[in-house]
Structure formats: structure tokens, C-alpha cells
Design a binder for this molecule. Structure first.
Ligand code: F6R
Length: 366
């Protein structure tokens, strides 16, 4: 049942190229130059007229929502707010009729997300679900939605659900951007073509496994770890830290790289591993200077870089290469080595990878 893998988590990490293809199926039509998601087509006017998109989710799904915030704002120029469902539901939030609410949930059963959806519906907002489990409570409670089609995710730590959520939300943003005319035609076609390459690029990123395992062996006994990223990869830093916490029980924190100097940099010394997501993209020079700041305080740098990178390589203690793609799609690749890193560290620490302590696959109680 684990398909030759030691754990469901590893199997699911390796399923990602195919899971992403399944998310694309019938929707990403490069030859025709279109993206077609029936739930979006049926409600295109609502998305086009949205004054704001509110994304509600928990945990890893909330991180996918943060990536989507950057993508929707860039592509479709719609203001986005990403909310923890548990905070949203108890806050007396301002929800206006022209707000579109997107609820993201792998299981479709998360109690707080479900309650937040009900609240949003009472306020008259249109609520769209992004779920993995077909027929789940959230998929039934929302007005419309689209499934990620990642297939069953058994490991408690979410992996393929995350990358397929980002994939689906990216497709949605492209469709809406095209309809609204907020993205140049040439850019739109280029994204369709680049998206189609993503499954192969994820497969290539998975080839970092042996290198990541060797790095895991060096840091497996670290009591703490910091993850840094900027822009589209800031949420990936949060997700990398969450994966490490939940399955290896190492205290980890994710930060936007430039926030370091506002406090967390005080934590840096020669015992602190810092995972920096530093692909060649906009603000690359900024992340290079963030790395220099950490090096100056003797922190240990594990950098995720674009294949062929030289500048970060010269500074970092370890580098993990990912293939080149456009900035907006880079979270789909940068996530892969971070999943593998947490997996290998957890295995080396004899942790129960698929069933971490204190956690349940679907959180149906608040
Ligand atoms: C992390 C993880 C949790 C879930 C969260 C939301 O690996 O699995 O943080 O992401 O409980 O669950 P869903 O997406 O089912 O609503």
C-alpha cells in the first residue's frame, strides 16, 4: 500500500508530479490557450467583480492561501486577505456582499474552516471551496468549488495537498486575470506553458533527495531551526518550518527574510541552522544580503537555490538546487526539498513520520 516507500509521507512527496498533473487534467489546455475550471466558469462574473478575496484556512492550507495571496494580487489585481479560520469566525469580521471567500481544506472537514464558511454565507458572500476530499463537508457547504484531485493523503503531514492547492489556485488566478485583462496576453500564454512543465521540474527537484538526506544527517540533533524566504517563497518558509515541527519535533520558525533584523537575528549563533529559500528571482540581491547578515553571526546556512547559482553557493554551508522557473511558480519547486528535509530528519530521530504525536489528519473539533 505504500508502493515500496517506507512511509506514506515519502510516497506522497514522490507522487507530486502526478498529483499536479491530475490537478491540471482537463483544466490546463495549453494548445487552446485556455484554463477551464467549471466552478470558476460558472461564477466568473462573481470573481471578476470581487472587491476583495478572503481566503480562510488552517495550517498548511493557510500557507497555500498565503502563496495564493501573492499570486492573485499580482495576476488578477484583486486585494486578498488570508485568515486563520479560527480567528476569523470569532472576530465579528467585516464581510461585504462583493467579497469572494475561498476556503481551502485538504480534508474538507476542518471544524473551524467549516464554521467560518457558514459565517461568510450568512453575510451574503459567495463562498468557493478548494478541497481534496470529494464529497467532504466543506465541499458540500460551499456555493461552488473545485477539487485538487491530489488523491488520498494518508500521512498526517500535508505534502501533495499543499502543492496541488497552489497549482489549482494559480490556475484560478490565471483564468480570472485573463478575464479581467490584468495580465498581458503574452505573459498569460507563457505561464500556461511554464505550468505544463512543472510536473517534470518537480520530478527534477526530487532528485535532490540524496543531497538533502546528507544535510539532514548533519542537523538532525539541532534543537532549533529558522526558515527564511521572501515574496512568493515567504509562505514556503512558514510551511518548511511547520513540516519540521510537526514530524521531527524540532522547534522551527519561518520568517520573511527581511524581518530577521527586527528581532529573530538575536537567535543566530554557530549552532543555529538557517534554511534560506533563495532562488534566482526578483529581490535576489536582497536575500543575498540577508544571508550575509546571518553568516556574519556564524549561523549555518542551508540554501535552496536555482540550478547553476554561484553567488549564494559561495556563502552558504550547503546548497540544494531546484530547476529554474518563473518567480510565481517557484513555491511549487522550493517546497520539495523542505518536505524531504523534514522527512529525513524525522526518520533519523526515530519519529513516527506518518502519525506524529498529538496530531490528527482531520481536525473536526475546534
Ligand atoms: C500540516 C497539516 C495541518 C493541516 C490543517 C488543515 O501538515 O496537515 O496543518 O493542514 O489541519 O487541514 P485541512 O487542509 O484538512 O483543512
Amino acid at each position: 500500500e505504500k508502493g515500496g516507500f517506507d512511509h506514506f509521507m515519502l510516497k506522497e512527496i514522490y507522487e507530486q508530479p502526478n498529483a499536479i498533473k491530475d490537478t491540471f487534467r482537463g483544466r490546463l489546455r495549453v494548445a487552446e490557450g485556455i484554463v477551464k475550471i467549471s466552478g470558476v466558469e460558472d461564477n466568473l462574473q462573481k470573481f471578476m467583480n470581487a472587491d476583495r478575496i478572503l481566503i480562510i484556512a488552517c495550517g498548511t492550507s493557510w500557507h497555500a492561501g498565503l502563496v495564493a495571496e501573492y499570486i492573485f494580487e499580482e495576476f488578477a489585481r484583486i486585494p486578498v486577505e488570508v485568515e486563520y479560520a479560527s480567528e476569523f469566525r470569532y472576530r465579528n469580521p467585516v464581510i461585504r456582499p462583493n467579497d469572494v471567500v475561498i476556503a481551502i481544506s485538504q480534508s474538507g472537514e476542518t471544524a473551524d474552516t467549516l464554521a467560518a464558511i457558514k459565517l461568510a454565507k450568512e453575510s451574503g458572500a459567495f463562498v468557493f471551496g478548494v478541497c481534496n476530499v470529494v464529497g467532504s463537508s466543506i465541499s458540500r457547504e460551499t456555493h461552488s468549488g473545485a477539487y485538487t484531485h491530489a488523491g488520498p493523503e494518508i500521512g498526517v503531514a500535508s505534502t501533495k495537498a499543499f502543492t496541488t492547492q497552489i497549482t489549482l489556485l494559480t490556475l484560478m488566478a490565471l483564468r480570472i486575470a485573463r478575464a479581467k485583462g490584468t495580465m498581458a496576453r503574452a505573459d498569460y500564454y507563457r505561464y500556461l506553458q511554464e505550468l505544463e512543465l512543472v510536473p517534470d521540474l518537480v520530478a527534477e527537484a526530487l532528485k535532490s533527495n540524496d543531497n538533502v538526506q546528507a544535510i539532514a544527517a548533519i542537523y538532525k540533533d539541532a534543537p532549533n531551526c529558522i526558515y527564511l524566504g521572501r515574496g512568493y517563497n515567504y509562505p514556503v518558509a512558514l510551511e518548511g518550518a511547520l513540516k519540521l515541527k510537526e514530524i521531527s519535533y524540532i522547534h522551527a520558525e519561518g520568517y520573511p527574510a527581511a524581518e530577521m533584523k527586527h528581532g529573530p537575528i538575536a537567535l543566530i549563533d554557530e549552532r543555529m541552522p538557517v534554511v534560506v529559500i533563495a532562488p534566482k528571482q526578483e529581490h535576489y540581491d536582497k536575500i543575498v544580503s540577508n544571508i550575509q547578515e546571518i553568516k556574519a553571526r556564524s549561523g549555518k546556512i542551508i540554501a535552496v537555490v536555482t540550478k547553476g547559482d554561484t553567488q549564494v553557493k559561495a556563502l552558504a554551508d550547503h546548497v540544494i538546487e531546484i530547476p529554474e522557473t518563473s518567480d510565481a511558480l517557484s513555491p511549487l519547486l522550493a517546497t520539495i526539498p523542505l518536505q524531504l528535509l523534514s522527512y529525513h530528519i524525522a526518520v533519523m530521530r526515530n519519529c513516527n513520520v506518518d502519525q506524529p504525536r498529538n496530531l490528527a489528519k482531520s481536525v473536526t473539533v475546534e
